[in-house]
Write a protein that binds this ligand. Structure first.
Ligand SMILES: [Mg+2]
Length: 180
């Protein structure tokens, strides 16, 4: 089984590194032989670059928060997939998304050396599109046929799971202790 997770609103309180109630215990109870990944849309740095609003995070802010979140959860996924696409199809955003991905890559590699980290800029990888979930299947060809369950808190998570042929579980249900 492959367990995939959204990050904000699923494992941590959105835009913080604070684990949601139950998340640490649920992660600790996962089958240790299962493969795991986190797939998260992080368009904020591209918005910040284009719009210049400090309310949006920098790439460094996002990496710091992801790493702190995993540390507080006492859990690290096998794979971390980050979509830098902001979902705005104009040239300033294309450039900002490419710059964000180029900045993410070395920071994630340094901060999470034991996690297979990938960044994406193509809209196909931005949930509700299924690209990240399909990419998560691609590591370890012998495991391609493993069943996948994706746990998230938004309709876009459910849509991505459906389009990727994965099962879906709402984070509130998973956090409450229902078997995944
Ligand atoms: Mg979420």
């Amino acid at each position: 089984m492959i367990y995939g997770f959204d990050f904000d609103g699923t494992l941590v309180t959105s835009w913080t590194a604070t684990p949601l109630d139950g998340a640490r215990a649920r992660l600790a109870a996962l089958d240790p032989t299962a493969r795991t990944f986190v797939a998260t849309n992080q368009g904020g740095p591209a918005y910040r670059a284009v719009l210049g609003h400090a309310k949006y995070p920098t790439v460094e802010d996002v990496v710091t928060r992801l790493v702190a979140g995993f540390r507080l959860l006492r859990w690290w996924p096998d794979q971390l997939l980050v979509c830098c696409c902001a979902g705005r199809d104009t040239a300033p955003y294309w450039r900002a998304e490419a710059a964000a991905a180029a900045a993410f890559d070395p920071l994630l590699k340094a901060a999470l050396p034991h996690v297979h980290c990938q960044t994406f800029i193509n809209p196909y990888y931005r949930k509700p599109q299924p690209g990240m979930l399909i990419a998560a299947r691609g590591v370890g060809l012998e495991e391609r046929r493993d069943a996948m369950i994706y746990i998230g808190d938004m309709e876009s998570d459910e849509q991505a799971a459906a389009a990727a042929g994965a099962q879906y579980m709402d984070a509130r249900v998973w956090l409450s202790g229902s078997p995944a």
